[in-house]
Design a protein around this ligand. Structure first.
Ligand code: IMP
Length: 179
């Protein structure tokens, strides 16, 4: 697996340090508000499990599955809902957790979907932000790392569903997806 990685962009240690930092900020903002941490599957699984454990306050979790990518590195542009939330989010303080914001289409779709459920508040926390590729105007409230316009894998992020288990964020060798 490692031979397909051109270089490490964010190490495991850097990522965990940043997650602990954001965890402290989220705990300070949401203590006593009984928030719901809502993960957007399936790229978020690794970040989600690290992030929720970094926020030691009373809270609930839920998961939603949407998909915009086919088997490649370019978004198809069409977002499909594959699994909806199971909690009633009306009147709740909701924090959407995302793996990466690229074009922003997935997040826009998710935010619009959750807004219809009338949460008391809605914020977004993303592990990575790739602002260079944005096609819709949308920003996260909490950003782990802003990254350059490169296709990355690891910590839940995949290419063709591979590399999700890498413990760091790495840049995939273009030969892997160009062949
Ligand atoms: P967006 O709708 O274009 O913002 O894309 C969001 C989704 O695309 C993310 O949740 C990822 O699953 C996927 N994605 C975007 N950029 C990358 C990348 O560099 N590596 C792996 N997946 C990515």
């Amino acid at each position: 697996m490692m031979k397909d990685i051109a270089r490490v962009l964010i190490s495991e240690e850097e990522l965990h340090r940043r997650i602990r930092e954001m965890g402290r900020e989220l705990a300070a903002e949401y203590e006593g508000k009984d928030p719901v941490f809502l993960g957007v599957l399936k790229g978020v699984v690794v970040f989600f499990s690290d992030m929720i454990r970094a926020v030691p306050i009373k809270s609930q979790i839920d998961l939603l599955a949407v998909s915009s990518y086919g088997a490649g590195t370019e978004s198809s542009g069409t977002i499909v809902m594959k699994k909806d939330v199971s909690l009633n989010l009306e009147g709740r303080h909701v924090v959407i957790l995302e793996d990466i914001i690229d074009t922003g289409l997935t997040l826009k779709f998710t935010v619009e979907h959750i807004r219809k459920m009338n949460p008391a508040s809605l914020k977004v926390c993303t592990m990575l932000d790739k602002p260079a590729r944005r096609v819709v105007e949308i920003e996260a409230d909490y950003v782990g790392f802003t990254i350059p316009n490169e296709f990355v894998v690891g910590c839940g992020l995949d290419y063709n569903d591979y590399y999700r288990n890498l413990p760091f964020i790495g840049v995939l060798r273009p030969e892997v997806y160009e062949k």
